[in-house]
Design a protein. Structure first.
Length: 232
């Protein structure tokens, strides 16, 4: 008969298994890693691993949940430590890049293309939304200070996508070494803010250009005069 485990023992084992899975999933790909390999790396049997998780998909969801929570906690702490939208944006940008550098495996899995259906994992949905809330609150502050114009959710997604693109290029070894990543990020955000402030209205749509004045042709005899025929 298997001895019953305490809640602390269950949490400890699940955390150890998630740390091993995070590394192996990021290095080899989720599909290339089996439950048996995860258990072997942890020094236990596959049967024991199944006592804590129903399969790889559940492990991946747990790994991503923990990563999003760590990331969101760092962002919340950085945002609370400064005042003003511009300073808060610099702090959040630094946290983003620092997390990419210090936890590359976790970051890759947070945005892995082969992800389980989040609707089946409420904790993963919660952790992901936690990160989004930090960004949206920052964008709302940018709007209040007149730094940007547009819909806060749309702008938060736009800024996030741009910064994420730089992070992926860095992880892929494609960022030019002569251009520091933090400088590139700040310049990109500055240009995005300038563009949204100049070209967006309160709904986040572009303002139409004023129509060019139409020149009146009334009284212009050239409008109705037929061209002269050449004399023979």
């Amino acid at each position: 008969m298997r001895p019953s485990l305490s809640e602390a023992e269950i949490r400890t084992f699940r955390a150890r298994l998630c740390r091993v899975a995070e590394r192996l999933f990021a290095e080899r790909g989720v599909e290339a890693v089996s439950m048996r390999q995860l258990a072997s790396a942890l020094g236990c049997s596959a049967t024991a691993a199944y006592r804590y998780f129903r399969g790889k998909e559940e492990i991946l969801a747990a790994v991503r949940t923990a990563a999003f929570d760590r990331f969101a906690a760092l962002m919340e702490e950085a945002a609370a430590a400064v005042e003003g939208a511009r300073a808060r944006g610099r702090a959040l940008g630094k946290v983003h890049l620092d997390f990419v550098r210090t936890e590359p495996h976790a970051y890759r899995l947070m945005f892995d293309l082969t992800q389980p259906d989040e609707s089946r994992y409420p904790e993963l949905q919660r952790a992901s939304a936690r990160t989004q809330r930090v960004l949206t609150r920052w964008v709302e502050e940018l709007l209040a200070e007149g730094i940007v114009r547009g819909d806060p959710l749309r702008l938060a997604w736009l800024f996030w996508a741009a910064s994420h693109g730089l992070a992926v290029l860095h992880l892929a070894g494609k960022s030019p070494p002569e251009h520091p990543l933090v400088d590139a990020q700040r310049e990109m955000m500055r240009l995005l803010a300038r563009g949204t402030r100049a070209g967006g209205d309160a709904r986040g749509t572009s303002k139409p250009s004023p129509a060019a004045p139409v020149r009146s042709t009334r009284g212009d005899s050239r409008r109705t005069r037929s061209p002269r025929r050449p004399r023979r």
